[in-house]
Design a protein around this ligand. Structure first.
Ligand code: CO
Length: 291
């Protein structure tokens, strides 16, 4: 990693940290989900940075990949457990960070994912394996009486790319990748009262362009036009022209150029917490860009 890239990662991290905390302060019983999401995304754009992915705002048993839908009328309720997962890109260098807001009764669950993250970070240095990191995350969460979500993972970061190698599991696995100096990674433990595995909802709010493929349908062409500047970073259904949106999106997904990320959920009635930081692996440890 060059010094200039490091500076950009640090700048993205600083912006992400500040805005994530401001967003968390807006999560209150009765507040509008759409309002929180639009305000947070607007704050990112106001800094001159890019939104690396739509603000993920997932509640209760939903673990990830939800965000406000167009015209969303949902409001926060007492007892909600709310995950905010935010991405900022500065000249392509990404900060990816998340926290959980407890609207009643989830103190221990919120503490579990945060403590697992803190413990994992203390382990990060060149030579440690992702399997060893997963093992401490799993141990910390299980010691606190919860389950880690085994099929959600942390990940590497690369310019304009949110998910690259290595994969960083939230459970102990044999072997795994060896961390090296100069890697940018995001570690994101999820703790749950449910089954420890998430499945797909039918609802999809967040999409990503995987390949440039032509479309004939005018509404689909309009979407491609609008997302071209994203350089492959994910986008929200809410950001798009609403005319013929559903048919246009499904045409693009069927054509294979666009992928839809279903909302991911644990079993109904369960609760999932999340904590996440972005780190740069250094010669003797790591720098946490989002703390
Ligand atoms: Co992430």
């Amino acid at each position: 990693m060059t010094d200039e890239e490091m500076e950009l990662y640090l700048e993205a991290g600083k912006i992400a940290k500040k805005i994530l905390n401001e967003g968390a302060g807006m999560v209150k019983v009765g507040a509008s989900i759409l309002d929180v999401v639009e305000t947070v995304e607007g704050k990112i754009l106001d800094t001159g940075a890019e939104i690396a992915f739509p603000l993920n705002l997932s509640r209760n048993e939903d673990a990830a990949h939800d965000t406000a839908s167009p015209g969303d009328e949902r409001v926060f309720a007492g007892g909600d457990l709310v995950k905010l997962d935010l991405g900022v890109a500065v000249e392509g260098m990404i900060a990816d960070t998340a926290l959980s807001v407890n609207l009643g009764g989830h103190e221990d669950l919120v503490a579990a994912s945060r403590a697992a993250l803190d413990r994992a970070i203390t382990l990060v240095h060149p030579g440690v394996t992702t399997g060893e990191i997963g093992a401490v995350i799993q141990a910390e969460i299980e010691e606190r009486g919860f389950q880690p979500v085994s099929n959600l993972t942390g990940h590497g970061l690369a310019p304009y790319s949110i998910h690259t190698d290595p994969t960083i599991p939230n459970v102990g696995v044999a072997g795994g990748a060896v961390l090296e100096e100069g890697m940018a990674i995001a570690i994101e433990p999820f703790a749950t009262t449910g089954s420890g595995r998430v499945g797909d909802h039918s609802r999809i709010e967040i999409y990503q362009q995987l390949a440039v493929k032509p479309a004939r349908l005018p509404a689909a062409k309009r979407i491609l036009e609008q997302i071209r500047g994203r350089r492959g970073m994910p986008f929200s259904r809410r950001w798009l022209p609403q005319d013929k949106l559903e048919i246009a999106l499904s045409t693009l997904v069927r054509g294979g150029g666009v992928y839809g990320y279903p909302v991911l959920h644990d079993v109904p009635g369960s609760f999932v917490s999340q904590a996440e930081h972005t780190l740069i692996v250094t010669a003797d440890g790591c720098i946490v860009t989002t703390r």
